[in-house]
Design a protein around this ligand. Structure first.
Ligand SMILES: Nc1ncnc2c1ncn2[C@@H]1O[C@H](COP(=O)(O)OP(=O)(O)OP(=O)(O)O)[C@@H](O)[C@H]1O
Ligand SMILES: [Mg+2]
Length: 239
């Protein structure tokens, strides 16, 4: 399944995006290869959410090119993209609070796929969800709800998992837990695009990173190199 290592799963080139008549993303180019963990870091308002919402088909005012598994996907419907294996864990946890945990998870399945192996995979990664399987999702703690949203995205066995600031609003302990789960996913061969303001954790976990400021990529490289970059240390790591 992961035979084609180093071929791009996602490739974005010359992407421009507007909200109403205001351009917020400029000439963006980046890629995520098979089995890679890549982070897009940047401050509030940099354009991270705008970029991934465009990738998954939620924003129509864009030009440039977005290729997913070799296919040009710019302008495709979100549902079709989901069925092709593109999964987004959105910034706002969108759970169904009155439904049990397991029903929330089952909503994440792709067409006609067998739920049993997917549930097993998700419960292995997040054992707490198995314990809480019958509990209403709205009664989960914040951290557990975040695990549920990630778990639901994994139910589709995506070819690319995009996470929009999964650590937001979590206690330091839970942030550590969520990042460890993501590292495990990476070891299992998942391809991940991680949007984060928690630059320290994101760079520690990912192979490569891009720095987005004011809608433009201002730096890119190996995560290890970025961690030692003076601008990044000063602006994001509190040195
Ligand atoms: N629906 C919208 N209409 C108009 N402007 C928008 C809309 N959504 C976002 N913007 C603007 O686009 C810019 C980029 O916002 P975006 O949400 O992509 O940033 P972000 O990097 O995800 O920030 P954060 O880390 O705070 O989530 C901001 O200036 C924001 O005000
Ligand atoms: Mg955002």
């Amino acid at each position: 399944m992961h035979s084609d290592e180093h071929s791009p799963v996602l490739s974005v080139s010359g992407l421009n995006i507007s909200h109403a008549n205001l351009q917020v993303v400029w000439d963006l180019s980046f890629h995520v290869d098979q089995g890679e963990l890549v982070t897009l870091i940047g401050p509030n308002g940099a354009g991270k959410t705008t970029t991934v919402e465009t990738i998954v088909g939620l924003n129509k005012k864009a030009s440039g090119s977005i290729t997913f598994l070799g296919e040009d996907i710019l302008g495709m419907h979100p549902y079709n993209l989901f069925n092709k294996g593109l999964a987004l864990v959105p910034e706002k946890r969108e759970i169904f609070p009155k439904m049990p945990v397991i029903e929330n998870l089952l909503l994440g399945l792709r067409d006609n796929s067998d739920p049993a192996p997917r549930l097993k995979h998700v419960y292995k990664l997040f054992p707490i969800l198995k314990e809480r399987e019958r509990q209403k999702a709205g009664t989960l703690s914040g951290g557990e709800q975040q695990m549920l949203t990630i778990g639901r995205a994994l139910m589709s066995n995506p070819r690319l998992l995009i996470l929009d600031e999964p650590s937001t609003g979590l206690s330091p302990l839970l942030v550590g837990q969520v990042f460890r789960s993501l590292e495990q996913l990476g070891r299992d061969g998942m391809t991940v695009l991680l949007l984060e303001q928690n630059v320290r954790h994101a760079l520690a976990m990912c192979h490569r990173g891009y720095v987005l400021e004011n809608g433009r990529i201002v730096k890119e490289g190996e995560a290890k190199t970025l961690m030692h970059d003076p601008h990044i240390q000063k602006a994001y790591l509190g040195f």
